[in-house]
Write a protein that binds this ligand. Structure first.
Ligand code: GLU
Length: 296
């Protein structure tokens, strides 16, 4: 059975860009008679803003984006993360790293997704007293990882050359996004991930982790991110979407962004009729394979 999800970080109110992802993942799940789950990515406490969880839930409900099952929270899953983290330690492909940002900026090459980590600490022996202030990295292979994205098409990435050994637990001992998201997929039995193209370059790392843990690989679809001018909209921008009373207009704007057909007489239609029409006519192949699109 199809199980999809929307996984917002509660770092602010949902903005137009996050609504594009929410609606695309919702439509894809509903088109295939699947479930659409809501997972709150609240692991990184520094990014969580007070009141944003309530605001996200309210916005989704207001747009009739009703999720199946109770929403889940990453912050409630620490035991599961610890369990699978130990499994990764058993693979003997992990090591502690005490490289500072400054050291990396002076010694590592900058790639498209940050510094490419060439394994400075792979063979370092670090004393027990320092280990609690170290990150844990995962050794990657010098082989391409292939992705067949439903929107962006076929792509490959050589983790060793383009990313390097990557962090699964940060030096503040918090599990990294790359790691936690893979465990979430397993726990929620996710079969399809529809999300923003800003996460496309994270996907090979996640596929690598999923393979190491012997988990199923979901189908990936990355929708273009919404830009204002040349810049991605972020939650810190003052680009607020006022939802109340604008539900139909927001749905229509998002459908247009996703290049989906819009019924002719929407002014007479109720919101649920517009949504029903959108589900029936949803074609993921119509979504632009661009990385980002400027919103009008
Ligand atoms: N929480 C991430 C975000 O808000 C999305 C994670 C994902 O879809 O894998 O950008």
């Amino acid at each position: 059975m199809y199980i999809g999800r929307f996984a917002p970080t509660p770092s602010g109110d949902l903005h137009y860009g996050s609504l594009v992802t929410a609606i695309a993942s919702f439509l894809d799940a509903k088109k295939f008679g699947g479930k659409w789950l809501l997972k709150i990515d609240d692991l990184d406490k520094q990014r969580v803003r007070k009141g944003s969880i309530e605001s996200i839930l309210k916005t989704l409900e207001c747009l009739h984006l009703f999720w199946d099952s109770t929403e889940t929270y990453q912050s409630h899953r620490l035991e599961a993360y610890e369990f699978y983290f130990k499994k990764l330690l058993e693979t003997r492909k992990t090591y502690h790293c005490n490289c500072s940002r400054k050291f990396l900026s002076e010694n590592a090459k900058l790639g498209e997704s940050g510094y490419i980590y060439p394994g400075f600490c792979r063979n370092k022996v670090l004393g027990n007293s320092t280990i609690n202030a170290c990150a844990t990295r995962l050794i990657v292979d010098d082989l391409p990882i292939f992705i067949d994205d439903q929107i962006q098409g076929k792509l490959s990435q050589n983790l060793s050359k383009e990313i390097g050994d990557f962090v699964i637990k940060r030096n503040d001992q918090q599990f990294s996004y790359q790691f936690s998201v893979c465990i979430d997929n397993k726990l929620d039995k996710i079969t399809n991930i529809v999300r923003g193209a800003d996460l496309l370059s994270s996907t090979p790392r996640q596929v690598y982790l999923l393979n190491l843990l012997n988990f199923d690989i979901p189908e990936f679809s990355h929708v273009p991110i919404a830009n204002i001018g040349k810049k991605k909209i972020s939650k810190s921008d003052d680009y607020k979407v006022s939802i109340n009373g604008n539900q139909k207009a927001i749905w229509m704007k998002v459908l247009k962004f996703l290049n989906q057909p819009i019924s002719k007489n929407t002014s007479e239609m109720k919101l649920d009729e517009i949504i029903k029409y959108a589900i029936k006519n949803w074609e993921i192949s119509e979504v632009s394979p661009l990385n980002s699109i400027e919103i009008s």
